[in-house]
Design a protein around this ligand. Structure first.
Ligand code: ADP
Ligand code: NA
Length: 329
C-alpha cells in the first residue's frame, strides 16, 4: 500500500473548509493507503498561540478527526511535537532550501500581511517543516487542499536538492492528491479569500462545532450578490460568493455544482441559503455529538495519541537518522 501523510494545524476549531478540503477525504484513504495523519502543533506556533488554548485545541482537533471517521487503529493519528524526527529533519531542510524558493511562497505573503518584518521566522520556513513532515515518512502521496499545492512543489525541490547534494536517491518524489469538488472553500465574507480557522472574523467560517442557530445565522449573513442562482456553472463567472455557496452544498451532498444548479438554479439566495443551512446542520450534528463524547473521555483520547506517536516514530526515526548520517552527523 502507498503511504500517505497529511497534517492539520490545531490553530483553532476545524472549519468546513478543513472538513471538505481535507478531513473528509482522508477517511476512505484508511482502507486504500497506509495513512498517517498528524495534528501539526509545531506549525501552529508560527503565529502566536496561547499555551493553554494550544493544548486544548490540539486535543479538540484530534477528537474532531476521530469524530469525522479517522480510526486510530486503521490509521496512524498523532501529534507532531510528540515525534521529534519532524523538527530534526526540518533543520536539515532549512539548510537545503534556498531563500529565493521561500520568497515565492504566496501563503507567507497572505499570512504575514503588510507587516512582514513582524512575522515570525517560523512562518517563513513553514514550508520546510511541511516538507520534513512528509519526507520523514518517505510518504509519496499527500492529500491536501488546493491551497497547499505550491508547498508540495517546494517539498519536491528540497528532496531533489538533498538527493543531488548528498549523491543519493534518498527522498522520493511526492504527489499531491487534490480534491476537485470543494477543493477550496472560500470565506463567507469575502469570496476571494479561503475560509480559514485562523481568520480574524468568526463570521467568515463555519466551525465544525457551530450549533444549528449559529450555522443558520452565518449562512444567512454570508455575502452574496442580488442576482438569483445561475442555471449553469458558466454563470459563476465573476460571482465567487455564489460559486462558493453552491460548491459547499455540492461538497456536503457528495454531488457536483452542476447537479445542485439543476435542482436550485433560478432560485433566490434567501431560499437557497435555508436549504444550505439545513443540510449543514444535518451533516454536522452527529459529528459534534461524537466529538463531545470523545473529549469527555480524556484518558482514552490521550492513550490513542500516545499509541499513534509510537507508531509514527517507528517509521520516522530510522529515516531521519539515516538522513542525519548522510549529512555527516
Ligand atoms: P487553516 O488554514 O484552516 O488553518 P490548515 O493550514 O491547518 O488550515 O490546513 C489543513 C488542511 O485543510 C490542509 O490540507 C488544507 O489544504 C485544508 N484546507 C484549509 N483551508 C481550506 C479551505 N478553505 N478549503 C479547502 N481546504 C482547506
Ligand atoms: Na494553511
Amino acid at each position: 500500500m502507498q503511504r500517505v501523510f497529511s497534517g492539520i494545524q490545531p490553530s483553532g476549531i476545524p472549519t468546513l473548509g478543513n472538513y471538505l478540503g481535507a478531513i473528509r477525504n482522508w477517511v476512505p484513504m484508511q482502507d486504500t493507503h497506509e495513512s498517517i495523519f498528524c495534528v501539526v502543533d509545531l506549525h501552529a506556533i508560527t503565529v502566536w498561540q496561547d499555551p493553554k488554548e494550544l493544548a486544548a485545541q490540539t486535543r479538540e482537533m484530534a477528537a474532531a478527526l476521530i469524530a469525522c471517521g479517522l480510526d486510530p487503529h486503521r490509521c496512524i493519528l498523532f501529534v507532531q511535537s510528540h515525534v521529534h524526527a519532524h523538527a530534526r529533519l526540518a533543520w536539515i531542510f532549512n539548510c537545503v532550501a534556498r531563500l529565493g524558493w521561500l520568497n515565492r511562497m504566496t501563503q507567507f505573503k497572505d499570512k504575514a500581511g503588510k507587516d512582514r518584518e513582524s512575522a515570525s521566522a517560523g512562518l517563513y520556513v513553514y514550508p520546510n517543516l511541511m516538507a520534513a513532515d512528509i519526507h520523514a515518512y518517505h510518504a509519496v502521496k499527500v492529500p491536501v487542499g488546493d491551497d497547499q499545492k505550491q508547498h508540495l512543489e517546494l517539498a519536491n525541490d528540497i528532496a531533489q536538492k538533498f538527493n543531488h547534494d548528498y549523491g543519493v536517491e534518498f527522498f522520493p518524489t511526492i504527489e499531491p492528491m487534490i480534491q476537485t469538488v470543494a477543493a477550496r472553500v472560500m470565506s463567507l465574507r469575502d469570496g476571494s479569500k479561503k475560509m480559514s480557522k485562523s481568520d480574524a472574523s468568526d463570521q467568515s467560517r463555519i466551525n465544525l462545532t457551530d450549533d444549528a442557530d449559529t450555522i443558520a445565522l452565518k449562512i444567512r449573513r454570508a455575502k452574496t450578490d442580488p442576482e438569483p442562482l445561475p442555471e449553469h456553472v458558466s454563470g459563476f463567472e465573476g460571482r465567487p460568493e455564489a460559486r462558493n455557496l453552491v460548491g459547499i452544498l455540492a461538497g456536503i451532498g457528495n454531488t457536483t455544482p452542476d447537479a445542485v444548479l439543476r435542482e436550485h438554479g433560478g432560485k433566490g439566495f434567501g431560499a437557497f441559503k435555508e436549504v444550505l443551512a439545513e443540510a449543514l446542520v444535518a451533516h454536522l450534528s452527529p459529528i459534534q455529538a461524537e466529538m463531545n463524547r470523545l473529549l469527555e473521555d480524556k484518558g482514552a483520547l490521550d492513550a490513542a495519541l500516545r499509541l499513534g506517536a509510537q507508531r509514527a516514530a517507528a517509521i520516522a526515526e530510522p529515516i531521519v537518522t539515516e538522513a542525519e548520517r548522510l549529512v555527516g552527523f
